[in-house]
Design a protein around this ligand. Structure first.
Ligand code: SF4
Length: 283
């Protein structure tokens, strides 16, 4: 069970930025399926059909089992089920995103709060998020939104399509769009569409990420992602497994891959007393 945030509430649905400027580019090429015309649902990228030899044991045929390749969990998802993040679901053999264009947070904030210290210092970042996360860190500050799907409670969201994100960012005088508060890889399609429009409108795109992207996801993001603040939570695989439900090695691989792809990296390590404050580990 995640702990309640002790620090500043960074995600409460504050009033949206008013008077969004018209004229931003339109949403490009998002694949649409008439069967998925629900609120916040879109076809997901990076879905691979897989053989599922264990499926018959649980009453499934396995024929429509899919692997999600957006993050390093690479969840194998049977029909009607969702992955660890709980926002990517197998519907009749098709992987869908359940949070496309449904923002649970959209705020104008100093980019230093993300925190970035070498990217557009002194400017504001229009910061967006959906619900869900691929980690479940026991100390998460934003657990209400990151863990809402896992905990089974619904939060109010605002329909905020990519073109509107860009318009509101421009209207607010922001110089960048930050994909933040939860792990943005879980809303990869929404982030990508927004980032493409933002890039065309002259805005910078920044990820605040736990670094669990797959190489495939990074290849999709690299053309439009300018910078990432990677949360290197510890240098201990044990800590990652026990506290976050993840592994260390994929984060290390992401840091190397981002460097290779030309994405500007800043690294944050939250020092947790008794957990991640071993000087030998921090050195
Ligand atoms: S993005 Fe979600 S469904 Fe996809 S692999 Fe990661 S946790 Fe699993």
């Amino acid at each position: 069970m995640p702990l309640r945030a002790q620090e500043e509430d960074t995600y409460t649905n504050a009033p949206a930025v008013p008077d969004a400027r018209a004229g931003a580019p339109q949403d490009p090429r998002r694949p649409r399926d008439p069967a998925l015309q629900g609120r916040g649902i879109a076809l997901a990228l990076l879905a691979t059909p897989v053989d599922d030899p264990l499926a018959p044991l649980s009453g499934h045929t396995g024929a429509r089992t899919i692997r999600c390749d957006a993050c390093a969990h690479r969840c194998v998802i049977r029909e009607g089920r969702s992955g660890i993040c709980q926002v990517r679901e197998n519907r009749n053999g098709t992987l869908v995103s359940l949070v496309y264009g449904e923002a649970v947070a959209a705020h104008v904030e100093p980019i230093e709060k993300k925190p970035f210290f070498h990217v557009l210092p002194g400017t504001d970042a229009y910061s967006i998020s959906t619900v869900g996360c691929n980690f479940h860190c026991r100390y998460c500050q934003n657990w209400e939104i990151s863990q809402a799907p896992r905990e089974g409670f619904r939060l109010p969201t605002r329909t905020l399509p990519p073109d509107q994100v860009v318009r509101e960012a421009l209207a607010a005088g922001a110089r960048s769009i930050a994909y933040t508060y939860v792990e943005p890889t879980i809303f990869l399609e929404y982030a990508l569409d927004t980032a493409r429009l933002a890039r065309a409108a002259g805005l910078t795109n920044v990820f605040v990420t736990n670094g669990y992207e797959t190489p495939e996801a990074l290849e999709l993001l690299a053309p439009v992602l300018d910078a990432a603040n990677v949360d290197l939570k510890a240098f201990s695989d044990r800590f990652y497994r026990r506290t976050c439900g993840a592994r260390l090695e994929p984060v290390r691989e992401t840091l190397v891959a981002m460097r290779r792809l030309g994405i500007w990296i800043e690294v944050t390590t939250l020092v947790t007393p008794g957990e991640t404050d071993d000087p030998a580990e921090l050195a």
